[in-house]
Design a protein around this ligand. Structure first.
Ligand SMILES: Cc1cc2nc3c(=O)[nH]c(=O)nc-3n(C[C@H](O)[C@H](O)[C@H](O)COP(=O)(O)O)c2cc1C
Ligand code: SF4
Length: 418
């Protein structure tokens, strides 16, 4: 049994985790019909049983207008009883339960969100691609209320923690970024104005969280392209979140519509993406891949603990608890991150690869994850439920996908050399 700091309890706001590991929000695509399912429950139960301190149910929308996928949770009264069964199952295995909440803004289509997609400035979103409608001031205040209501639904559903998604180019991030926010009113222009929507949302969220729920915010350290936010502005956002009393920040980067691989690093497996894609629903992406391929989704080389250096700048700029995410694959990197003053760390792919990873680390059976960062799981998540190719039979994968995986793994081995 390991006596590493990884396996010591930690405090996030009012809650205590049994250790410092958190399964990050990684979209499961298992909320068929926008409701919890048996698959979603079984998956999170397996992660909780695998020793994690807290598991995060991914990407639940606070309103129908904020949905970007059919397999995504839409928080509403009628799904609370099923969510409670899910959190009970997580608790029974000794882990805490968190849920990521947000609104996708312009990253959707009418067929999924039930209306013309909303955005801060009402421009055409080339990535989806779709026309969008500029959010009115009255709607801004309604959305703030939706975030507040979501906290109460999450409390009723038994969640210990809520993670507000303020990064990756979804709605809060679209307001923050000068690339997507061209408003001329008090919600656009200066950084102070671009932060206004986030400040309203977080103030409401903290009010509703009272003293029994932990609130963490996943926020960008940079957007990852020329006209996006840079580290200095993002530090100011982090300092604002600290003033608002948020219990911890999860530090990430990237913008799904412009720099998606900044989030996870490595290459998008384009053949996998195209292979599983439903032509009728995703014709635009398929066409884009055909025309532009790597230009549409540029590769960003992967290395373990790839956000460490940038995250340390934030560690120096704020006093509040920080949670590290990004390439936590090796035990020595996890310990380095904790020794550097992070309260905990999140993992997506290491736990996706093996839900039992934390138990195996603790028992000493392994010191690093078997994930090789082919990103196959990312390529399929837009159309199918989340799965690691290493858990699949060879016969389930056509030759061209197996070749692509091998090629991507070889590229990562090269870029990740120490
Ligand atoms: C399949 C998959 C789905 C993801 N979905 C989400 C998501 O819904 N919300 C989010 O904030 N990040 C999402 N991410 C990003 C992860 O939470 C995490 O920030 C990133 O993968 C880096 O962590 P890792 O190196 O441990 O995988 C996803 C990642 C993967 C691999
Ligand atoms: S599919 Fe590839 S990147 Fe995803 S968890 Fe498995 S090994 Fe890791």
């Amino acid at each position: 049994m390991s006596n590493s700091t990884i396996f010591t309890p930690c405090q996030i706001g009012p809650i205590t985790l049994r250790n410092r590991t958190i399964r990050s929000a990684a979209f499961e695509n298992m909320a068929y019909g926008n409701k919890p399912s048996e698959d979603l429950l079984n998956y999170h139960r397996s992660v909780a049983k695998g020793g994690i301190g807290m598991t995060t149910v991914a990407y639940a929308s606070v309103s129908q207008s904020g949905l970007s996928f059919n397999g995504q949770l839409w928080l509403r009264e009628e799904i609370v009883p099923d969510l409670k069964v899910l959190t009970d199952a997580i608790h029974a295995e000794g882990a805490k339960a968190s849920i990521q909440i947000g609104h996708c803004g312009n990253m959707t289509h009418r067929a999924t969100c039930g209306q013309k997609p909303l955005s801060p400035s009402g421009r055409f979103n080339l990535y989806s691609p779709t026309f969008t409608r500029k959010i009115t001031k009255a709607e801004i205040y309604e959305l703030v209320e939706d975030f507040g209501k979501a906290i109460n639904l999450c409390r009723q559903a038994g969640f210990d923690c809520v993670e507000v998604h303020a990064g990756h180019g979804y709605l809060i991030s679209q307001f923050l970024s000068p690339y997507t926010n061209h408003r001329k009113d008090e919600f656009g222009g200066s950084l102070e104005n671009r932060m206004r929507f986030m400040k309203l949302v977080i103030t409401k969220v903290m009010e509703e969280a009272k003293d029994d729920m932990a609130i963490v915010v996943k926020t960008n350290m940079y957007d990852g392209f020329r006209s996006g936010m840079k580290v200095d502005e993002c530090i100011k956002v982090a300092q604002e979140l600290e003033k608002l009393g948020v219990h911890a920040l999860v530090l990430t980067a990237g913008f799904v519509s412009k720099a998606p691989m900044e989030v996870m690093r490595g290459a998008m497996p384009l053949k996998t993406l195209a292979y599983y894609m439903d032509m009728k629903k995703f014709w635009w992406l398929k066409l884009g891949l055909h025309l532009g391929g790597r230009l549409v989704i540029p590769t960003v080389p992967y290395k373990d603990a790839y956000f460490y250096e940038t995250a340390m700048k934030f560690r120096q700029a704020v006093k509040m608890p920080l949670i590290y995410v990004g390439g936590m694959n090796r035990k020595e990197d996890m310990e380095k991150v904790l020794d550097s003053g992070f309260v905990a760390f999140q993992m997506a792919r290491a736990v996706l690869h093996d839900p039992d990873f934390v138990n195996k680390l603790q028992s000493g059976e392994v010191t690093e994850s078997g994930c090789k960062h082919s990103n196959y799981c990312i390529g399929r998540m837009y159309t199918l439920e989340m799965k690691c190719h290493q858990c699949m039979q060879n016969s389930e994968l056509p030759e061209k996908l197996r070749k692509e995986i091998a090629k991507q793994e070889a590229a990562v081995e090269k870029s990740n050399k120490r």
